[in-house]
Design a protein around this ligand. Structure first.
Ligand code: AMP
Ligand code: MG
Length: 483
């Protein structure tokens, strides 16, 4: 007998939006669900404590095998540009929004199952996910919180007991419970724009303003104010990624969140050796989403959003275009200001601003790039003021020595080292550890997963095991499309 699920505080605001935006749809059952991971602090924050609900309830609920009372599950509709090309309708092809929990932290949170079976948007796909990408998303998205990067979060991993067939062969299936303030994407707007459904778009804008940007409620032009706010958030988000060496890998417009979260952890990764042109995704042949291109791609995605909302910016088309252009043109300014402020913190240059600070910082990145130095170790060594261990990371000893002297001189007697170590993590979800964790879990051993999850919860403390870059034979060259 499956356990009967408790009544949870659902308040399904997205499900009250016009029906153009979703198809009501239930998750498909799985054979033998097991709760393999649960983010206890997040569960507690949401009022979904593991101890209170119990594993039987959680695995039944979060596999999609039973619905909690009050849940109104749906697959959301959206479209998108993938790798710069218009793809038309995409939608939740392997995810179901169970509803929004009115949580004990006072926030509403989307509870979404990813890998929960085919939906009307599956376009021939199986609607499932295998354990590898589920673990990757869980670890990376939950690590983001500790770096101050807005992100969707992973609440749970439930293995399904079913196999999914991928290029590599049959692989163990899993369902990720993804939690987010909202799953609305640029692609959601593009979907309505393509259908010329202005009424639904107006309702969507009101929804976003009321629940996610309430400070804009009195704005004279809500659409324009929302566009500006989203652009600023997106710029700040990408500035955070850059300051951590995070490469999203698939910055399509359907993976650009309207609330400024990092969303959709597919072929993403953190860099070990710094390379401005780094690409991990095996499907990104042209390097469109390389590290250095991320700000430009974010800018492009915002242009797609502006284009989608154009008819609502003004009744006068010329005026609408000029509003849109001005909003888009602000992206680089917002990005640079957020980026510089992040980088100042990383370099300890927070006491005062000097004209050549940017040059000093970029020169360091140039040296790192030229020598393929480890991004995370370099900043950590800098914050520990260990010139020897810093110099060890470079081949160009002369270059780094003279740079270090410039930096030390610039810092004078207020080095802010302690603060640097609070923004420069020692532990990032390094690719080789993510891969090793996936391998162990696939083989039924979740010990490494537990250790890694724990280390990622306090990433500013040095960790003998997880701080280390890969040995040459452990280096992961590519990540795969997150299906
Ligand atoms: P993504 O690359 O994860 O952003 O997904 C792009 C689109 O493909 C979305 O509409 C997904 O729902 C859909 N999709 C990805 N994998 C699958 C799958 N295994 N089955 C069905 N749809 C999928
Ligand atoms: Mg996606």
């Amino acid at each position: 007998m499956p356990p009967s699920l408790p009544e949870l505080a659902f308040d399904n605001r997205f499900a009250q939006l016009p029906e153009a935006l979703y198809i009501r749809h239930q998750p498909a059952p799985v054979s033998a669900p097991e709760l393999m991971a649960f983010n206890a602090p997040l569960g507690h924050q949401l009022g979904l404590d593991r101890e209170l609900l119990g594993d039987d309830v959680l695995k039944t609920w979060l596999s999609g095998n039973a619905l909690a009372k009050g849940s109104e599950p749906l697959a959301a509709a959206y479209a998108g540009h993938q790798f710069g090309q218009w793809s038309g309708t995409l939608g939740d092809g392997r995810a179901v929004l169970l509803g929004e929990i009115n949580a004990s932290d006072g926030q509403h949170w989307d509870i979404q199952l990813k890998g929960s079976g085919p939906t009307p948007f599956s376009r021939g796909g199986d609607g499932r996910a295998w354990l590898g990408p589920v673990i990757r998303e869980y670890l990376l998205s939950n690590a983001m919180v500790h770096y101050g990067v807005p992100s969707t979060l992973g609440l749970a991993i439930v293995t399904t007991g079913d196999y999914v067939l991928r290029e590599q062969g049959p692989l163990p299936g899993a369902v990720l419970t993804r939690v987010a303030k909202s799953h609305i994407r640029v692609g959601t707007f593009e979907y309505l724009a393509a259908k010329r459904d202005a009424d639904s778009m107006k309702a969507l804008i009101d929804h976003l303003v009321d629940y996610h940007y309430p400070e804009l409620q009195q704005a004279e032009n809500k659409t324009l104010s929302l566009l500006n706010a989203v652009i600023e958030k997106q710029a700040a988000l990408i500035a955070k990624w850059q300051s951590l060496g995070f490469i999203h890998g698939v910055m399509n417009t359907d993976n650009a969140s309207l609330v400024g979260d990092t969303i959709d952890y597919g072929p993403c990764a953190f860099m070990d050796e710094f390379d401005r042109n780094k690409v991990f995704s095996s499907i990104d042949q042209q390097g469109r989403y390389a590290y250095n291109n991320q700000p430009g791609m974010g800018h492009w995605n915002m242009a797609m959003l502006a284009q989608a909302v154009l008819p609502l910016l003004s009744d006068d088309e010329t005026q609408a275009i000029s509003f849109a252009q001005a909003a888009i043109d602000n992206f680089p300014k917002h990005y640079m200001s957020a980026y510089i402020s992040n980088m100042r913190e990383k370099f300890g240059l927070i006491d005062k601003v000097q004209d050549d600070d940017m040059t000093l910082m970029e020169d360091f990145l140039d040296l790192m790039h030229a020598d393929s130095a480890d991004f995370t170790l370099c900043f950590r060594a800098l914050g520990n003021e260990q010139s020897d261990s810093l110099f060890d990371l470079f081949n160009d000893k002369e270059g780094i020595t003279s740079w270090f002297a410039r930096w030390a001189e610039r810092l004078e007697e207020s080095p802010n080292l302690e603060k640097m170590n609070q923004v420069n993590p020692a532990v990032i979800p390094r690719n080789h550890w993510v891969e090793a964790t996936i391998q162990s879990a696939v083989n039924g051993d979740w010990t490494l997963f537990g250790e890694f999850e724990e280390a990622l919860r306090s990433p500013y403390s040095a960790n003998a095991k997880f701080s280390q870059p890969p040995a040459p034979e452990n280096r992961v060259q590519a990540t795969f499309c997150g299906t």
